[in-house]
Design a protein around this ligand. Structure first.
Ligand SMILES: NC(=O)C1=CN([C@@H]2O[C@H](COP(=O)(O)OP(=O)(O)OC[C@H]3O[C@@H](n4cnc5c(N)ncnc54)[C@H](OP(=O)(O)O)[C@@H]3O)[C@@H](O)[C@H]2O)C=CC1
Ligand SMILES: O=C(O)[C@@H]1CCC=N1
Length: 275
């Protein structure tokens, strides 16, 4: 790392923490500086045996040890988890607080943790595990340039980072990129089912779908062409792709995506009110 190394504590060891910590360790973040707390043991065992990070059942203990606290529990648990940290961890205001929870606004965390905290909200996604994550970030105005550089570097280690202008934008980024892997997996699973329905076994169907998804994503990244033009390159006039694309366009795929993203943004806004 080019910024000074810091002790970082993850509160909650669920899917997203497993992905981020796995990616961080693979990218060279020193595992002896990573702490994770969680109520149940199996997830902690996996992290300590595979990644050699410190683990605990005690949120306050790991939070007190660390310079950076990453809140990584479900939004509905956040108020209780924060109340316990506030009661048990001295000098919370001296630490950088990071949250990856969807929806909940920085203003709410001030109520939960104290008016004097400094906070960054990150919206990551699960491909962080394989170093291909997409993380959106937004900070309050108390966060220093060094804090920003540190957290950018940590999340660049597990993929790409994008600072957004405000928390409304983070809700949208979350609905596109945070939730996005689920949309792609849903689409990939449906293509896999289409191939198995026509006689392929699941394994072969999965191989052809995932390699095609990887190739399309890598081409999109490597090319300066618009996605629409890359699509046209595959669609020979009078050929077979044109027939397949007609079916997707007939079902108004743009409308489906627009509605999916709007529904997810709306849920982020609801969670901001609820939790
Ligand atoms: N999954 C995703 O793709 C993304 C998730 N997020 C956000 O990440 C956060 C975590 O989500 P995700 O990892 O999917 O959820 P999970 O349910 O997989 O993980 C949550 C973890 O929190 C633990 N937990 C429960 N109660 C406590 C407590 N009191 N103290 C400490 N840990 C506790 C649970 O432990 P146990 O199982 O032992 O009860 C569980 O391991 C959410 O806020 C979500 O909005 C953001 C972007 C993407
Ligand atoms: O579904 C959720 O609420 C979280 C946020 C983005 C991905 N998973």
């Amino acid at each position: 790392m080019t910024t000074s190394p810091r002790k970082i504590a993850f509160i909650g060891a669920g899917n997203m923490t497993q992905s981020i910590v796995g990616g961080m360790v693979k990218s060279g973040y020193p595992s002896e500086l990573i702490y994770v707390s969680n109520p149940s043991q199996p997830k902690l065992d996996k992290l300590s045996s595979e990644l050699h990070v410190h683990t605990s059942h005690n949120n306050a203990e790991v939070a007190a040890t660390a310079d950076v606290i990453v809140l990584s529990v479900k939004p509905q648990l956040m108020a209780d988890v924060c109340a316990a940290l506030r009661a048990e961890v001295p000098n919370l205001a001296d630490k950088l607080i990071v949250t990856i929870a969807a929806g909940i606004r920085i203003e709410k965390y001030r109520q939960y943790l104290g008016d004097d905290i400094r906070m960054i909200r990150v919206m990551p996604n699960t491909p962080s595990l394989v170093g291909k994550g997409m993380s959106g970030l937004v900070a309050d105005d108390r966060v220093s340039e060094d804090d920003r550089s540190y957290i950018t570097e940590a999340f660049d280690g597990v993929g790409a980072t994008l600072w957004v202008a405000n928390e409304d934008e983070l809700d949208i980024l979350g609905a596109v990129a945070g939730s996005g892997p689920a949309y792609f997996f849903e689409f990939m699973a449906s293509l896999q089912k289409a191939a198995t329905a026509l006689g392929f076994d699941r394994e072969k169907a999965r191989q052809m779908v995932q390699q095609t998804a990887l190739g399309a994503a890598e081409m999109a990244i490597a090319s300066e062409l618009e996605l629409e033009d890359l699509r046209k390159q595959v669609t020979s006039k009078g050929g077979s792709t044109a027939k397949g694309i007609e079916v997707y366009q007939g079902a108004d795929i743009d409308d489906i995506s627009a509605n999916a993203v709007k529904a997810a943004v709306q849920r982020n806004q609801e969670m901001a009110k609820l939790f």
